[in-house]
Design a protein around this ligand. Structure first.
Ligand SMILES: Cc1ncc(COP(=O)(O)O)c(C=O)c1O
Length: 350
């Protein structure tokens, strides 16, 4: 039996149709802005995210780091939820690449409140303190289990940030999952920010690629930063073609991933595992193995032996399952039974 790989939505393989689109791509020198497929992808993603322009880069990490760089000056302070990807999983990039002071704020399901931002902003008038310049939000929020910021929550934080003369970035690596969950166009979310990142290699199923979007003026700076970071490419239409294909064929199906995650969460919860199905808002399921007396590593070993792969999280006893393009309804049926059995849950289906 094939392994059911629920570690991440980054494990997808390009579909045969995506490989055909890649093979047929018209290409040119991307560094010279002569690659027609990259230009098409950038145009489409800018519109999709509610911005004037977008810049194609190899990874969402680079997209985030470019955005943070163009919105700040060295010595400025960046506020973000303490477990956000830009703080936890990008090796201190904001400090390394942009000289930023990184100030993490405790979140609730990955969300921070306007009052927290108001309380955190420095009075730098005396000349001693760093200038609090930028707030970065993440939607959906990875470390909280793919949780979604609503438009009202975003508006409250963005309005406060604007009032305090702060800039706002959205790590929207999975913003299309957020838009799907909220039932709104992605531009409604992305357009509220100065810059927005979108990743192609997660739910969209591309082998690589991401974009950063913003005003035409900011994207001039973003193109320079991309070159500085070594991200200016040549015949990149080969991979941009996967992105164009994904926009046509892999956006609406994100709702299927969400439905499958919900089904997994409900099945595991019904079997007595530590899952709160109400917290399954997108394509992530958080599973607490603490009540079973297992460590993350022990639980993952048992699951590996049973042919189901989950991944660990920053939370000591919580594992993560993520649905994606490579997970079918049959996989969900099998994982619904295999996981409780492998972990010795209280009420394993007979
Ligand atoms: C929210 C978020 N932002 C950014 C990234 C970075 O993506 P990549 O590893 O492709 O650079 C990830 C990857 O998991 C992510 O979850």
């Amino acid at each position: 039996m094939a392994v059911i790989d629920l570690r991440s939505d980054t494990v997808t393989q390009p579909t045969p149709a995506m490989r055909e689109a890649i093979a047929a791509a018209a290409v040119g020198d991307e560094q010279e802005r002569e690659d027609p497929t990259v230009l098409e992808l950038e145009r489409r993603v800018a519109a999709l995210l509610g911005h004037e322009e977008a810049v194609f880069v190899p990874t969402a990490t680079m997209a985030n780091q470019i955005a943070l760089r163009v919105l700040t000056r060295p010595g400025d302070e960046l506020l973000a939820e303490e477990n956000s990807h830009v703080f936890l999983y990008e090796q201190g990039g904001p400090a390394v690449f942009s000289g930023l002071v990184m100030r993490g704020l405790p979140g609730r399901h990955g969300r921070i409140a306007p009052e927290q931002i108001r309380a955190a902003v420095r009075d730098w008038s005396s000349g001693h303190m760093p200038i609090t310049r930028l707030v970065s939000l993440e939607n959906t929020h990875n470390s909280s289990g793919g949780r979604v910021w609503t438009l009202e929550e975003i508006d409250a934080v963005v309005a406060t940030a604007r009032e305090l003369d702060l800039r706002v970035h959205l790590d929207g690596a999975r913003v299309l999952n957020a838009a799907t969950a909220l039932g709104v166009p992605a531009a409604e979310i992305g357009g509220r920010f100065d810059t927005t990142t979108l990743c192609l290699s997660k739910g969209l199923g591309c082998p690589l690629g991401a974009l950063v979007a913003g005003s035409a003026e900011l994207m001039v700076a973003a193109r320079r930063a991309k070159h500085l970071f070594g991200g200016a490419m040549r015949q990149a239409g080969i991979v941009a073609a996967a992105g164009v294909h994904a926009l046509d064929h892999h956006v609406e199906r994100l709702a299927d991933d969400h439905a499958r995650a919900r089904r997994l969460g409900e099945a595991w919860s019904a079997a007595g595992l530590g899952v709160d199905p109400l917290q399954v808002e997108t394509n992530f399921v958080f599973l607490d193995v603490g009540p079973l007396g297992l460590t993350q590593a022990e639980a993952m070993r048992k699951l590996d032996d049973a042919g189901v792969r989950l991944s660990d999280t920053v939370h000591p006893t919580i594992l993560r399952a993520v649905t994606h393009l490579g997970i079918s309804d049959e996989d969900v049926d099998r994982a619904s039974e295999l996981v409780p059995r492998a972990l010795g849950a209280a009420r394993v289906a007979a």
